[in-house]
Design a protein around this ligand. Sequence first.
Ligand code: CP3
Length: 353
Amino acid sequence: MFYKKIMLINQSPFLQTLSGTPQSPVPVWFLRQAGRYLPIYQKFSQLIPNFWDRCFSPDISSEISTFPLQEFPLLDAVIFFSDILVIPKALGQKIEISEGIHVESVNIPEMLENFDLNLFHKNLFPVYQGLTFTRLKIPEDLPLIGFTGGPWTLLTYMIGANHPDRFQATLKYAQEDTERFRIILTQMANIIAHHLINQISMGANVVQIFESWAGAVPQRFIEEWLLNPWQQIIHAVREAYTEIPIILFPRSYPGNMKVFNDLEGVTAIHLSEDMDLQACAKQLKKELVLQGGLHPSLLKQGGEFLKMEIKKILKIMEGRPYVFNLGHGVLPETPVSHVHKCIEWVKNYKNEH
Ligand code: CP3
């Protein structure tokens, strides 16, 4: 039974693409597809107004994870409903999410020094159970994506969230004592790897690392604050799971994209809308799977312009393994009908050629 299930997932267009075989039509899913642009999610959120209650109740997080599928049965993957901030929360930092995000100021080195793996697992167990429940609720041949924030992105919230300029505060903290920051990044990378490994063991078939604020890293720190921690996380996950696809989202990456050709063990790079897709398709080796790139505003706008852009992207990516997606999360005001159209256009692309 179990073997049959693995076979089904492996044959899915998404996993086939991630294993390096281009698919036609290309698989499609949307970053933040379970979120607030969906009317059913909005209604559900009124019933369970506290965000953390939604994340830490396995029945609820698994139910929300299936919402996009109910609306768009042709999606090629499900992303688990959770948040990148479950990590600092599980480390003991108080975080409130309502209109904005409010984060308790804590002594980060002290908190990380006292890291207790068992307690971390225990605190996050309801999240991991949610993944298992989701795995059981969705079709057997549909891959489930687990995720995490990258170390730098998480630290911008953990250090900077209560300051008017989050990045300024984090940069100041980092440069005050660069050695202290290097140690923190290493500790965070270790914790993040545990989080991904746990998600895989509880039901995730693919994992994605969201370094959503990579663009805020000054050039001279790229290696130390981004590349080294990513490599550390990927190595640790690869040591536990040799085959699991690992997708990296280095949003607005401030350096030369060619570095991704040398990042060991990474399966795919998720491209943000500000990246030159043509240049990426040219510079990045064919074994590296690409995902994303569509401007979220175009999905919000819909219409002919969206259709043209979809065709343009699919043309650029022809012949290499590519997963259709946005360059960043679905915007809250995006009409559901535009998402339907987008999926239809992606799926019909090959018929028109
Ligand atoms: O968008 C990204 O860059 C992806 C990485 C990321 C997530 N959360 C993943 C996520 C980031 C940077 C966050 C931080 C975060 N958490 C924010 C953004 C704040 C900022 O600085 O701009 C917010 C508002 C939250 C809290 C949060 N997370 C809410 C209120 C929700 C519910 C739905 C929504 O979009 O409002 C989430 C869900 C969430 N965060 C998902 C993911 C992958 C769940 C899956 C999905 O929506 O598809």
